[in-house]
Design a protein around this ligand. Sequence first.
Ligand SMILES: *[C@@H]1O[C@H](CO)[C@@H](O)[C@H](O)[C@H]1NC(C)=O
Ligand SMILES: *[C@@H]1O[C@H](CO)[C@@H](O)[C@H](O)[C@H]1NC(C)=O
Length: 499
Amino acid sequence: MFMHAISACLSLAAPIAAQQIYDVWSTTWDRSDLFTYTNLSPNPIDFTTPGATGSADIVITSSTVYQPIIGFGASLTDSSAKVLSELKSDNSDAYWDILNYLFDPTDGADAAGFSYLRVPLGASDFSDTVYSFDDTSGDTSLSDFNINNAPSYLYSTLQDITGINSLLKIHIVPWSPPGWMTSTGTMLGGSFLDEYTDTYASYLLKCLQAYSSMGFSVYAIGIQNEPQNSDSTYPTCLISAAQEAAIGIQLRSLMDSNGFSDTIIIGYEHNWNDAGAYPVTLMEDAPNAFAGVSFHCYEGSVSDQQTFYNAYPNKNIYFTECTGEFGSDWWSDIKWYMDNIFIGSPQYWGQSGAMWNLALNGLGEPKLPGTDSCGTPCRPIVTVNSNGTYNYNQEFYAIAQASKAILPKDSGGPFGQRIESTVNGDLNWGLIVAAYVTERTDNNPWNRYSLVVLNWDDQPNGSWDPTPITATIEFQGAQATYTFPVGVTTLWWYAEAES
Ligand SMILES: *[C@@H]1O[C@H](CO)[C@@H](O)[C@H](O)[C@H]1NC(C)=O
Ligand SMILES: *[C@@H]1O[C@H](CO)[C@@H](O)[C@H](O)[C@H]1NC(C)=O
């Protein structure tokens, strides 16, 4: 009764007066702010009766609600788990500091709350050795299947992460089927042999069952990482759309009859540029097996996600891999990541955004001996040195600024959903914006509305001159004004849903 009285009261009060921005996270081009939190109390930014619009005017349409976001994050490769578990032995305080800062999703925590994690099934180019979970040639009954062919530090690290973030969406996907199911007889390149369609589907079900028996709740499984890539120096395999469809149909049926009807299958898992071909064919061939498809950044552009969306608007879109390389410019990378992935992917219907290795050393190692991938060493989210020191790279800040905006407000509450936003005004090119609503539990009518804003106005007249942009924010008939520094800003306020 008491709660009802309160909400009745709130809905009678003029909501405009109550909407205020207190919470701001900032990462600036000069690194003076690095995912730095400011509470504006006692001087919050008020939403008031609208006045003139700013030279950039952010218009939020909160009644236009788009896709839910499942989380932002990275991949836990064998190598990432190895450097992290070595750190755990050498300097366990640092290890727990890193894991908490990366993964704690609790509202109010000083942490990024990564909630999406991709985990390779078997070896990738970031493993010590080439292995699958059944390397016995011709073992079509899979009697030698053994999930413990992966190093134990992979599972212990994953256990520690899920202990911090129980909301983690785990996406498991192989870099190759067992070698004997491919044309080369090895996991190092080649193409999938049709005769093993059912065997491979059973193999993937066994992976799910093994994860489940270790206590991991798996959000999604994929058939093949980068199915259009064959490389003889690391685990890769060509699997055509028709083959992947056939495997997916069989796997879906096995999952449904073995207690995994809530786990989804994500297809494709490759570059943007082929968005109108392979993933569309996959949906045509297996419309009920796949919940959606995932994209990588290495060819094409994020707007290609629109091509797939236009063909299959009811299928999910995920963005699951891109890597930084050592030696690139910190601020240029932040701009690219926000524009193309951590704001860009949601703008083009993505429900996730993720980078590649969670952790590596300062040389981009360890890597699979002999692999030609990451010729320019790949930069992880967090560099972990063998002497126990570590540092967060630009990838971390890009992910963190996006992740913070969509985490559940309430324990047990939903993640954020994208809402409509546009930028008007002379300086509309200067701001790239994603807007989200995060609904509440317990019938709390005060949703959280958050913005992730890139101000990339760093050379307004052709020469270097980072220029803050004072923007107006239009929301439910009210207006706030905020000056965005050059960098990335995440901020939020609370308001009732538009009725
Ligand atoms: C730790 O190792 C890194 C990378 O080799 C190095 O840059 C750093 O100076 C070392 N720090 C200490 C305290 O030894
Ligand atoms: C850029 O040039 C225009 C036109 O000369 C001027 O009005 C504006 O103040 C300049 N902007 C900056 C940030 O210097």
